[in-house]
Design a binder for this molecule. Structure first.
Ligand SMILES: [Zn+2]
Length: 130
């Protein structure tokens, strides 16, 4: 398999989850203009295992540590369970902000209702005294 039009750089890494050697292709300038080296590259791939067929639909979240010469210096991988939701920091923050807003609105509504209730109770008590 040669992609002559793009001249992709082919690299291999040992996947700690699949226990297999995976092949990955990079654009030749993929490592250029990074803030620091090695830089991280995160992506998902489907779980591959010759023995564990039932987990084949699961995603493996992979983080590669790549140096300036496109050499893979480190690999981290986690198998995503069905009940594991991988949320980005931004998404989590957005959800928490929205929920906090809703809770605060509910709290102020509750305060208002309690105020009205107290006022009403006071009126009733005063009515009974008379
Ligand atoms: Zn893998």
């Amino acid at each position: 398999m040669v992609d002559s039009s793009k001249k992709l750089v082919v690299k291999q890494y040992q996947c700690p989850v699949c226990k297999k050697i995976h092949t990955i292709k990079f654009e030749p300038d993929f490592a250029k203009n990074r803030v620091k080296y090695p830089f991280t590259y995160a992506f998902m791939h489907k779980f591959e295992s010759p023995t564990n067929i039932e987990d084949h639909e699961k995603d493996v979240l992979t983080t590669l540590y790549i140096d300036a010469h496109l050499n893979i210096r480190g690999v981290e991988a986690v198998l995503a369970d069905d009940n594991t939701n991988i949320l980005s920091k931004e998404t989590s923050y957005e959800m928490i902000t929205k929920l906090t807003k809703v809770i605060l609105e509910m709290q102020s509504e509750l305060d208002e209702m309690q105020e009205k209730y107290t006022a009403l109770k006071l009126k009733c008590e005063q009515a009974n005294i008379k």
